[in-house]
Write a protein that binds this ligand. Structure first.
Ligand code: 13P
Length: 340
């Protein structure tokens, strides 16, 4: 693979010293849903002001090593003409880009989906690389419950993820490989373990067949939890033990970093579960975060589209970024959550 050392150093930089990733790559549809929930109108300007507010937060420094952007944001400028991606770099983080185009239906299935975007991926990778992106993201979605997932859906999605990863490495960027086994539903934690482990095993096989350089990817999986509509109360210890066991049985040791998605967990759950894994286990990969909602939701609520609230919202974001950095080092404690 071309420029292997460059790609490896990008990965190392993103997760150095407990740093993790801010997922700020919500599509316009998704960010509009998040804005609607707090009565903010989803204009291009509001989306820019909101993300600029996050990127200028003091807590970006020391805690965030990479930011995943959406197509609109990587080209956006602040009022003083600074590119948002340059603000990210001035904070010591690397800019990345979501390159999948969302989900489309699988023939003969009402629920299962595959991810779109492979057709013109090479061309778009060249374009984003020129704009300064150092890494990329592609999310595959696997539903659970009611006899799902099917093996067919897992195989289709993992094949696409592996093809995506080789195209991105050929274009000198680090692929974040995100097979999200969705938390929604009534399934048990053990069903989540089985579904995730099959998904990851198939993914590793296809990545290997594609000769993807494992040293230059970041894996972004879900944690092993029971479904969001299941009443079982999982402790952080149980989630940590099952998640690490699942990864150890299926994920290549060559992968340098595993950065979890938050997937609908509360801010505190996402932090506490990551911390517990790092307290209890020494793993072949760095275990860190690549959170969207669990980093942003308190800040978004406080900001509410009003410039007067910028400081409050930035403080909330900085706090979460710092708590998750501590969790990635196994040094978080609930008593530090003074802002909650
Ligand atoms: P959440 O942490 O909100 O699940 O988002 C992470 C992400 O990037 C999903 O693709």
């Amino acid at each position: 693979m071309k420029n292997e050392t460059d790609l490896t150093s990008i990965t190392q930089q993103i997760v150095s010293a407990g740093k993790g990733i801010l997922a700020a790559d919500e599509s316009t549809g998704t960010i509009t849903k998040r804005f609607d929930a707090v009565n903010i109108s989803s204009t291009e300007r509001n989306r820019r002001d909101y993300r600029e507010m996050l990127f200028r937060s003091i807590g970006m420094k020391q805690n965030i090593g990479g930011v995943i952007l959406f197509d609109e944001t990587i080209k956006q400028e602040s009022d003083d003409g600074t590119l948002l991606k340059d603000i990210i770099e001035s904070q010591g983080a690397l800019p990345g880009i979501k390159v999948d185009k969302g989900l489309k239906s699988i023939t003969n299935s009402e629920v299962e989906k595959i991810t779109d975007g492979l057709d013109d991926l090479d061309r778009r990778c060249k374009y984003y690389h020129k704009l300064g992106a150092k890494f990329t993201k592609w999310r595959a979605l696997i539903n659970q419950g009611n006899n799902l997932p099917t093996r067919h859906c897992i195989e289709l999605n993992m094949r696409l993820l592996a093809d995506y990863a080789s195209t991105v490495q050929e274009n000198n960027m680090v692929p974040i490989v995100e097979p999200e086994v969705l938390m929604d539903g009534k399934h048990t934690i053990d069903e989540c373990y089985r579904n995730t482990s099959v998904t990851l095993e198939i993914l590793m096989k296809f990545l290997d067949e594609n000769k993807v350089d494992f040293n230059a990817i970041i894996l972004k999986p879900n944690m092993i939890t029971s479904g969001s509509e299941n009443n079982d109360a999982d402790t952080a210890e149980t989630i940590a033990e099952k998640t690490v066991a699942c990864l150890l049985s299926s994920v290549s040791e060559k992968i340098p970093a595993v950065t979890f998605l938050s997937g609908g967990q509360s801010d505190l759950q996402a932090t506490s579960n990551l911390d517990m894994m790092n307290k209890l286990f020494k793993t072949p990969w760095k275990l860190s975060f690549s959170y969207g909602r669990a980093l942003q939701q308190s800040a978004l609520k406080l900001w509410s589209g009003n410039a007067k609230n910028i400081q409050l919202a930035q403080d909330a974001f900085s706090h979460r970024a710092n708590m998750n950095k501590l969790a990635a080092l196994g040094k978080w404690d609930k008593s530090l959550e003074t802002n909650e």
